[in-house]
Design a protein around this ligand. Sequence first.
Ligand SMILES: NC(=O)c1ccc[n+]([C@@H]2O[C@H](COP(=O)([O-])OP(=O)(O)OC[C@H]3O[C@@H](n4cnc5c(N)ncnc54)[C@H](OP(=O)(O)O)[C@@H]3O)[C@@H](O)[C@H]2O)c1
Length: 249
Amino acid sequence: MNLENKIAIITGATSGIGWSTALVFAKAGAQVVATGRDFSRGESLLNEMNRLSNKEHLFVQADVTDHGEIKKVIDSTVKKYGTFNILINNAGIAPQGTIETMTVEEWDKVFNVNVRSIFLFSKYSVPVMRQNGGGSIVNISSTAGVVGAYNLHAYSASKGAVIQLTKSMAADYGKDRIRVNALCPGGTLTKMMEDLEGQEGLKKFAELFPLKRLAQPEEIAQTALFLASDQASFITGAVVLADGGFTAV
Ligand SMILES: NC(=O)c1ccc[n+]([C@@H]2O[C@H](COP(=O)([O-])OP(=O)(O)OC[C@H]3O[C@@H](n4cnc5c(N)ncnc54)[C@H](OP(=O)(O)O)[C@@H]3O)[C@@H](O)[C@H]2O)c1
């Protein structure tokens, strides 16, 4: 699979799944616009991408809860490359809590990062992609958007919303040759997962998966690569589970 001549924006690229996706996309020939809040991790990622490929990549520091900063990412991309074809909406947070234990502020923050940012990034990306003859948007949801999740009420609700937004965007923008898909990872070895489960918890959690292990971030990145690529040309509105069988049983 290759992404030659593609320009891809990846949110939450400063860590975990987004970081791996940026490297996999750069290796596949894309020009990558990576974004995240952490400047020094962003610069390190940019250096690694530049080592892997001779394309010109970009890191734009931005907080996805800030409307103006989302516009800055889009504007910087269009200014540098003229257009872009791929958007990976990956930034996310997963604070624990039930409806009883979470505050309103915590609930709103989860929806700001996990859902509102997808609304805004997509809002500004669709016109650019339409004008360019099409594109591919991959929204990172979760198994928690398909089945419930203990003590992750806001997270699970937000990831369910991502799936329904994906299907509705796919319905409206198919005519513009813009494909929109949801990718639902199962437990993946990133900081988010370590924070949720702790080292001991990770082993126990892995036992719940038919494959008896958690994913490496690169395995999720490879699925994102397929969905973003022209090889997935007839796939839109899909909910693709890369979950080691977690939701199959
Ligand atoms: N790991 C799993 O098991 C798993 C399973 C299912 C779904 N997912 C989903 O996969 C996605 C990536 O998660 P991950 O596991 O790779 O987590 P991670 O290692 O914690 O990375 C999260 C990324 O999101 C960014 N981010 C968070 N809040 C942000 C904000 N306000 N503004 C800008 N960027 C922000 C972080 O950037 P900074 O560090 O620069 O702030 C970081 O790059 C998330 O949507 C998550 O829900 C993960």
